[in-house]
Design a protein around this ligand. Sequence first.
Ligand SMILES: NC(=O)c1ccc[n+]([C@@H]2O[C@H](COP(=O)([O-])OP(=O)(O)OC[C@H]3O[C@@H](n4cnc5c(N)ncnc54)[C@H](O)[C@@H]3O)[C@@H](O)[C@H]2O)c1
Length: 247
Amino acid sequence: VAVNEAQTKHLFDNRYGTGQSTVDGILRATNILLAGRRCVVAGYGWVGRGIANRFAGMGARVTIVEVDPVRAIEALMDGHQVMTAGDAARWGEVFVTATGNVNVFREEHFRVMPDGAVLANSGHFDAELDLAALTRLAEGHIREVRNDVREYDLGEKRLYLLAEGRLVNLGAAEGHPAAVMDMSFAGQALSVEYVAANHAALAKAVHVVPADIDAEIARLKLEARGITLEPMTEEQLRYTSSWQQGT
Ligand SMILES: NC(=O)c1ccc[n+]([C@@H]2O[C@H](COP(=O)([O-])OP(=O)(O)OC[C@H]3O[C@@H](n4cnc5c(N)ncnc54)[C@H](O)[C@@H]3O)[C@@H](O)[C@H]2O)c1
């Protein structure tokens, strides 16, 4: 069962969990002031949205780098700037990758980034920043300046890599709060229960998480927070279950 695709996973764990813990990791490592800072987020998926919107909430100026036009227009309408990686590299002071892709920022970008730029990844392993190129450009002038902060002296400027380019929220902070991981783990547990109960009828394939599991996790989470949902009236149930009314 593709638990990673469950709504109660990516809508919450990726967006709010990674969003918060990524900012937490960057701040623990550097103690920089985000207000007024030029922050670039590559990727405006669930993780990128979470990071970008938390940056903006803390007063940073945010630019998004995207390859998908729908995600890019969403970023624009959420109030962020959208640029190519090359333009963003010249503009930004803090760079975070969250694309699931490789070498999003690479030699051509490192060459034009400003002195003191901070580089972090919260996406795919340590693959999103071209670390081989960064090491080559520094020609051995590399040193640890703080916990989880590595300085690459390129001669004309210094760049600062956080948590070795690995997931900064895990390397430099504590990962997601339990209050969002509970939903992800609930999805895994209820999906295992679903397979155990239904395996005889299930084809050998990757299955989507049944919608009622997502709904049950959300209901339990609301219940745990003491929140009660408004039920539909009989009239509303009839109205919304047929196209013959109100059309
Ligand atoms: N740090 C963590 O704890 C944590 C938690 C959850 C997910 N992740 C990882 O974060 C990454 C993103 O996850 P997601 O749920 O946001 O995925 P997603 O598919 O919703 O979003 C990824 C976005 O990146 C964009 N993209 C792809 N290549 C790009 C490029 N070269 N330049 C700019 N944008 C590009 C895509 O168009 C897409 O909008 C994945 O690698 C995932 O495994 C990390």
